[in-house]
Design a protein. Structure first.
Length: 625
């Protein structure tokens, strides 16, 4: 590391800590102020903050490896999460969620099922889910940032105890960064998180632009074309991936065969199947939902969600595309000649490129930008998770009457507990990929069915929600444990085959079990109180099967109209997914110099933007608040 790069990183850390601590005094007016910024922060700041929070370093390292191996069509891998859930949030869910006017996702559940035993059971399961998810993501970040920092920075921080390693270098690096981030996050709550994330967003954008410029100047067209085939640039695909690598790079085709996604058509179909239900289920009770609840009005919640999509993808993929171009030219020949090439090698393309193929100055800014990506996502989870501990468990069940100062102190302790548990779990993480699978399958798989039904079916009640979530999480966690112990099963046994099945293909089983739990829990228990249903339906105004509730409301108010926007919302979501995808493809095609396809992507972006202006934005502008 050159002294210039070290100074840039040090300046960034000092600036971030300074901004976070300076603005923290605004968070002392109670839980709403601490966790939601008092619902006073402007929507475009929240949108930048939300986009910054999604720009995590572990995910970026994973996306670099996937783009490197699979080419342009690799952006569809993110449909596993699914990334297009942000489009569903933008089109209709942000408005539905914000109309509730509450503080957390589990508190929101009480507005749907009431505050009786069934409502409290569903409320509690969501709070537990949110806490587990926060711990899981913190472990995910711990694993990613430690691996990244060890390769980038020259200092060995290994801590020895006699002849034994007490803490590895990557664990110490991760602990240092987590400690620094935790300081301002705990002190300032949502105000500090948003302020620092806006600063971090612009640092990340600057880093991405500089890397893109450097890759464009330092790598020639002939160098890129000597590595890539025409199929690498092709966004379209068939039922099966043949692999686009040729010549001395054919070893990468074998790597694709071992990854489990060779049946690409089936993989994309399953991702879309899961993605549809997961997207309508809505955002998980985490930082994304907190941003929606923090907006000043329903209208601004929709604006914020749309703005998040607009500001995130182009700068992020400029950075990813620039790194991949440098990796293809400088690392691919070395990797192709390796006798022990594995999928784990893809995870370290990002730090290797930065360490060896980025010049002084840009390296420091890029490392600061990736630190910003880590710190912004980490701080978002540290802010959102404790809200469920304090507001939904401690305040509701143990100490309902206390001063705002008492609850803020409790929030500080809850934040430390969340971070400590996440770090502890991170010590036992096998890899970034294992944590990704746990989060996307075990957690989100069990979440989908109950949260899909809660919007669209009036008869669905609190016990149905509780048992649907519980059964889904139970079967999904069993699947994850089987996957983690795959090396212990006899070859050819059903457990061996189950363990080697990609997690996305297990989703229908998890979904079916969760649906069964939801239906049984609902049909064997009484429906939710009609007054609760009337209040929810008239306030949130979802579409779906609400006919009995609608009839009651219509009899009481002849002017009451139901939501008939299902078809238009779904059409807007399709347009929005294409719009989102075009923002990913534009920077990728730009970086690999495929200008004809880039122009096509730009045209798609413009056309879909115009369509959404008339079909979505004009509609949002008519919201009353």
């Amino acid at each position: 590391m050159d002294i210039v790069d070290v100074l840039i990183i040090a300046l960034y850390i000092i600036l971030t800590l300074g901004v976070g601590i300076w603005i923290s005094k605004k968070a002392s007016n109670g839980l709403s102020s601490y966790f939601l910024g008092g619902k006073s922060i402007k929507w475009y700041f929240l949108g930048l903050s939300n986009g910054s929070g999604m720009f995590d370093v572990s995910g970026t390292a994973w996306m670099v490896g996937i783009l490197f191996l699979y080419g342009v069509k690799s952006f569809m891998f993110m449909w596993m999460w699914p990334i297009f859930n942000q489009i569903f949030v933008m089109i209709f869910l942000a408005a539905w969620i914000r109309r509730s006017n509450i503080m957390t996702g589990s508190e929101w559940i009480l507005t749907r099922f009431g505050d009786g035993k069934s409502g409290r059971a569903s409320h509690l399961i969501v709070a537990i889910f949110a806490i587990i998810a926060s711990v899981g993501f913190i472990a995910y970040f711990f694993e990613g940032v430690g691996k990244f920092m060890t390769i980038i920075l020259p200092w060995d921080l290994t801590l020895m105890f006699g002849d034994s390693v007490l803490l590895t270098s990557d664990q110490n690096y991760a602990l240092i960064i987590i400690f620094l981030t935790t300081i301002y996050t705990i002190k300032g709550g949502m105000f500090s998180v948003v302020a620092t994330e806006v600063l971090q967003y612009f640092i990340m954008v600057l880093a991405g632009v500089l890397v893109a410029i450097y890759a464009s100047i330092s790598v020639t067209d002939s160098q890129i074309t000597s590595v890539l085939s025409a199929d690498w640039n092709n966004v379209f695909f068939g039922a099966e991936l043949e692999g686009s690598w040729s010549g001395k790079f054919e070893v990468f085709n074998a790597l694709i065969d071992t990854h489990g996604y060779k049946m690409f058509g089936a993989f994309i179909g399953m991702s879309l199947f899961k993605g549809f239900f997961a997207s309508i289920a809505g955002p998980t009770p985490s930082y994304d939902m907190q941003r929606i609840l923090s907006t000043r009005s329903v209208k601004e919640a929709a604006y914020m969600s749309g703005f998040t999509n607009l500001v995130l993808f182009i700068p992020r993929y400029l950075l990813i595309g620039g790194i991949v171009v440098l990796g293809l030219v400088y690392l691919a020949p070395e990797m192709a000649s390796s006798s022990s090439l594995s999928l784990s090698d893809l995870e370290i393309i990002l730090p290797k490129v930065i360490n060896n193929h980025v010049p002084v100055g840009i390296k420091g800014l890029l490392l600061a930008g990736l630190l910003a990506a880590f710190m912004s996502t980490f701080s978002a989870y540290v802010n959102s998770g404790p809200a469920y501990i304090v507001n939904d468990i401690y305040k509701k069940y143990f100490k309902p009457f206390a001063t705002p100062n008492h609850y803020i102190k409790a929030s500080h302790l809850a934040s430390f507990a969340i971070v400590a548990l996440g770090v502890f779990m991170g010590f036992f993480a096998e890899s970034i990929n294992s944590l990704t699978l746990w989060i996307t399958s075990a957690l989100f798989g069990g979440y989908v069915a109950s949260n899909f039904l809660k919007w669209i079916w009036w008869r669905f009640n609190g016990w149905g929600y509780f048992w649907g979530m519980t059964s889904g999480l139970f079967i999904a966690t069993i699947q994850f444990l089987i996957d983690q112990n795959k090396a212990n099963f006899e070859v050819g046994s059903w457990l061996f085959n189950a363990a080697h099945l990609p997690a996305i293909y297990v989703f229908p089983i998890i979904f079916a079990v969760s649906l069964l739990g939801s239906f049984l829990g609902t049909l064997f228990t009484p429906p939710t109180n009609i007054e609760t249903l009337k209040s929810f339906y008239s306030t949130v105004r979802p579409w779906g099967w609400w006919k009995p509730v609608y009839k009651v409301l219509k009899n009481e108010d002849a002017n009451f109209e139901k939501n008939n926007d299902f078809v238009s919302d779904m059409l807007n979501c399709i347009v929005g997914i294409v719009w989102q995808s075009s923002m990913i493809l534009i920077p990728i095609y730009f970086m690999i110099r495929d200008y004809p396809k880039m122009i096509w992507a730009i045209m798609v972006f413009v056309i879909t933007s115009v369509i959404l202006k008339f079909t979505w934005l004009d509609k949002v502008r008519k919201y009353k608040n």
